[in-house]
Design a protein around this ligand. Structure first.
Ligand code: IVH
Length: 673
């Protein structure tokens, strides 16, 4: 065999293996090999392709990034129009749809398929002889933009689908349609980065996905983690199966990513149950959905029913209750946070929004108020987006009452009348009075919070009373409280007072990381606090650490280092630390604790859908305890956390006898540690 023929064979073999593992990882979310092993395969392929550039093909897994985007994005005509969907608001409109379907179907009752309505943007993918040749956005439905170079970077879009070139007789041209979206954790990460870089934030994951797909740099797109669920297929213009449910199975088997939460429903009762279920469960997904799409299952019946110029008659979208609503801004108040930041907050006429009542929304800072052009008295749109905190998104200017007032930022701290300053590189104003009661209040609440010293029972009401009586001015004063003082407070009997003192006593034995976090040093989050505690070992050493030694700690940058230095340079803070020492708090990192009870160096695998945690949150909990989330189960895996619909990884864990726990047990373990 010639050298070239051997290389050709090796390249083909590697491509097949890489495609197989890409599919396991990006489509099925169920990898079989470790990331490193996968990377090695790609490296081998890259190496071979570099030696034999004539063997590189556009559908090679190495060719995702690099294609040039169509200049200024070219308009392309769709083979068949990409239609929109008619909406059904409420049950009676769904019953109207059912009636129309039953009329068309004659006597034979037909089933439906319910799918989640992904809140992204629709995309048409064209495959020729099994290879992806084009990706086009919906555009106006008749013509869309060619975004092929960007679509190629979406790892759940296969560049080559052998099944399409093999199985379908004459299936030369296959069009697959679906919804591109940005998962919520990627959306939040992207906005965090943009905030840090001073770039404008994306309002929601859909805008972020749309903006990303249209950027002219596929390298940027590749880093953003776009994803896709597909729901339609046309083989040479024909639907390849007689039922839509079979089309979904066909797509899945061919290697496409199909949303797993679809259901074949025999009756409208089942359809409405499905809609209600997902309206309740929408928050549990890692991506946004805005409704349920109900489709006639039978393809011949779909064809009989046909379409209007805008919508197919055989499908309808059940829209969820809006997460946006209008309400009136009754006032704009200023809140002073732990770091002294003055945050304007809109006090709203209470309004129901996606299951809860909203009466306040943050306005962030003066720049945001100017951007919105908001006045007191305005009617505004409020939204609960991917983030839980509601925000004001827009002012309805033509509803502005004659008496609407401008908001004026106070020139002094609204709580202590102290001086406020605006740092050069910041949009926020800060109160710089070290003894500002608002800052003290927030600092105390932070110190007692669950992730810091965890003094349960010391909530807002009690902290307010302690401050009012002037018994507490900083966290160290908590340790001087006496039973007889506490018993006199509102809603505080001898039993709860004794409980509280026991809690305060127990807090002396928390880890150094929790204490460092509890001190509320700017820029020192939970994770950084743990890192500092592990590195320096005692509060004494940390408090004396030089800028250089702080910066030398892995994961600590100059901003954190300067902030830690500044904190311990203030005599008031040093006094607090000394008082904490005298009160008997543990100021040392206990070695045995970190080596026996936490997850130091352990590998954990998450699989299936978790009900109360996102993957990101679970991952953070593990990382905070020194562990690491890995994607595949091996003998090195310490344990597996299995959520709903866990598949191959769970089976593998059982096979290798690796401990498996459910979400509740996992949370229990995290609490213990
Ligand atoms: S079917 C001809 N199924 O919703 C009907 N659409 O508001 C084609 N969408 O333009 C659409 N999830 O972008 C269908 N499971 C799903 C969907 C879905 C999201 C989008 C699609 C469509 C829009 C209509």
């Amino acid at each position: 065999m010639s050298v070239k023929a051997r290389a050709e064979e090796q390249i083909a073999g590697l491509r097949e293996r890489i495609r197989y593992h890409e599919h396991r990882y990006y489509v099925l979310d169920d990898p079989e090999i470790a990331d490193r092993e996968f990377d090695e395969l790609v490296e081998q392929l890259k190496h071979l392709e570099a030696t034999h550039p004539e063997l590189v093909t556009p559908d090679s897994p190495t060719q995702r990034v690099g294609g040039k985007p169509a200049e200024g994005q070219v308009a392309v005509e769709h083979t068949l129009p990409m239609l929109s969907l008619d909406n059904a608001y409420g049950e009676s409109e769904l019953l109207d749809y059912d009636r129309r379907v039953q009329e068309s179907s004659g006597d034979s009752r037909t089933g439906f398929v319910c799918e989640l309505k992904i809140d992204g943007l629709s995309l048409a993918l064209t495959f020729e002889n099994g290879s992806l040749v084009r990706g086009v956005t919906r555009g106006d439905g008749l013509r869309g933009e060619d975004v092929t170079a960007n679509v190629r970077t979406i790892r759940s879009v296969p560049l080559h689908v052998p099944a399409l070139s093999r199985v379908e007789q004459g299936g030369e041209k296959v069009e697959v349609r679906g919804e591109v979206f940005l998962p919520l954790d990627s959306f939040r990460k992207l906005n965090r980065e943009r905030e840090q870089n001073g770039e404008p934030l994306f309002a929601n994951p859909r805008n972020a996905a749309a903006g990303t797909l249209r950027t002219l740099d596929p390298g940027v797109v590749a880093g953003r983690n776009l994803d896709i669920f597909v729901y339609q297929a046309l083989v040479d213009g024909q639907v390849p199966r007689r039922n839509h449910s079979e089309v979904l199975d066909w797509l899945k088997e061919a290697g496409f990513k199909v949303n797993p939460h679809w259901k074949r429903c025999a009756s409208m009762q089942e359809v409405t149950d499905f809609c209600r279920l997902w309206e309740d469960r929408r928050e549990s997904l890692g991506y946004e959905i805005d409704g349920v799409v109900v489709k006639v299952d039978s393809i011949p019946l779909q064809q009989d029913m046909g379409e209007t110029s805008k919508f197919p008659r055989w499908a309808v979208a059940w829209k969820f209750r809006a997460r946006q609503a209008t309400t009136v801004v009754n006032d704009i108040q200023v809140q002073v946070g732990r770091t002294g930041a003055l945050t304007p907050v809109a006090v709203l006429e209470p309004v129901r929004l996606a299951g809860s009542t909203i009466s306040r929304a943050t306005l962030h800072n003066l720049d945001e108020i100017a951007r919105l052009g908001i006045k007191i008295g305005d009617t505004v749109w409020v939204e609960k987006g991917g983030d839980v905190i509601p925000k004001v998104v827009r002012v309805v200017e033509n509803l502005r009452p004659p008496g609407a007032r401008d908001f004026v930022m106070p020139q002094r701290c609204p709580i202590c009348e102290g001086e406020v300053v605006r740092a050069e590189d910041e949009a926020v104003l800060r109160c710089i009075n070290l003894t500002c009661p608002a800052k003290i209040r927030e600092a105390l609440l932070h110190f007692c919070s669950r992730r810091a010293l965890r003094i349960e029972g010391l909530g807002e009401a009690l902290v307010d009373q302690l401050l009012k009586k002037e018994w507490v001015r900083d966290p160290s004063d908590l340790y001087a409280l006496k039973l007889e003082d506490l018993v006199g407070l509102e809603r505080m009997g001898p039993k709860s007072a004794a409980n509280l003192l026991a809690q305060i006593e127990a807090s002396k034995q928390r880890g150094l990381g929790q204490l460092v976090f509890g001190l509320g040093i700017r820029h020192v989050g939970e994770r950084t606090a743990m890192v500092l505690a592990r590195h320096f070992g005692t509060l004494e050493i940390l408090s004396r650490a030089s800028l250089e030694s702080l910066e030398s700690v892995f994961e600590v940058g100059p901003v954190v280092a300067a902030s830690v230095r500044q904190f311990f340079a203030q005599s008031g803070n040093r006094e607090i630390v000394e008082k904490l020492r005298l009160a008997g708090l543990n100021l040392e990192e206990r070695q045995e604790e970190s080596s026996t009870s936490d997850l130091q160096g352990q590998q954990v695998v998450l699989t299936g859908r978790l009900a109360t945690l996102t993957r990101e949150e679970a991952g953070r909990m593990i990382a905070l305890r020194g562990g690491r989330v890995t994607s595949s189960v091996s003998k090195k895996t310490a344990f597996v956390v299995a959520g709903e619909d866990a598949g191959g990884k769970l089976a593998k864990a059982r096979q290798l006898d690796i401990p498996v726990m459910d979400e509740t047990e996992f949370l229990e373990l995290m609490r213990e540690q």
